[in-house]
Design a protein around this ligand. Sequence first.
Ligand SMILES: C[S@@+](CC[C@H](N)C(=O)[O-])C[C@H]1O[C@@H](n2cnc3c(N)ncnc32)[C@H](O)[C@@H]1O
Length: 308
Amino acid sequence: MHLPVMAGEVVELLKTDPAGIYLDLTVGTGGHLEALSRSLADDSRLYGIDKDQQALLLAEKKLESCSQKIELVCGSYGEAVTVLKNYPDVSFDGMLMDLGLSSLQLDKMERGFSFRDDGPLDMRFDPQLGGRTAADLLQTATEKKLAEIIKTYGEQRQATRIAKAIVRERQDKMILTTLQLKNIITGIIPPPYQNKACARVFMALRIAVNNELSTLEKALPDLITILKEKGRLAVITYHSLEDRIVKRFFQKEVKGCTCPPEFPICVCGNKPRLKLVNSKPILPSESEIRENPRARSAKLRVAERIAV
Ligand SMILES: C[S@@+](CC[C@H](N)C(=O)[O-])C[C@H]1O[C@@H](n2cnc3c(N)ncnc32)[C@H](O)[C@@H]1O
């Protein structure tokens, strides 16, 4: 079962109007939406987007008993503005992004996110669209590119050796399954570090397969255009690079002006569009981490739209 991370904090910081309109950009199995729905008035309206059709079906079930009108839409948060254009509400009092993957995705071996058991190396959040899988990436990327992905997204030290071993293996046979990849990694990394190394390489490939960082970076500026004045955007990240993107974006929008500091007056004309609700990221409590170890790397940042 997927437990929503920092659900209490998210609801408290996001709910500016109990009868407002809220958008969950990464619904997953609906844990945060359910928590939000419980704290909102019956006439509030809720929307949810996720790339993963399977997750949305489960979310729909979970949210059946909620008293508000909830619309769930399959698509990428990167296209939220387009995806929602046929719905009556176009601006929101609160929006949430809970990045990464859900326990549902991790636990289903056929999705290829986990190295616990064997499964196809898929790793797409939206397999229904038929894009590039992790197996495709392992088959086609250059050794240099593979090393870069493993090093940058996985922060794994022996990235070059692992990339070399992947290329060596694929010259013999295609790398199609999670255990095949696990065996390549454990052939290089000694026992006490094997699980950590596998987790990092799998995470790195997942980030690359789903273009997670570039999607996030491109989506943020669009998303704040559909926030009402005083509306809030809450983002939960699980990776330092994700957090850095959110932190820098918030800083840029809080500052507004992009003129070099030596300019005597502003010539860019950019005005601040956000103010920070929390200056430091909020972290899960010790007890939440004990109950839900998946929360341990989570960071929550919240910003509020200001009038421009
Ligand atoms: C950590 S889970 C969200 C869990 C959810 N908050 C809950 O409580 O059940 C992250 C979700 O984001 C979805 N996702 C990842 N990238 C996405 C994107 N670009 N657009 C929409 N959904 C995305 C994944 O499919 C996954 O279901």
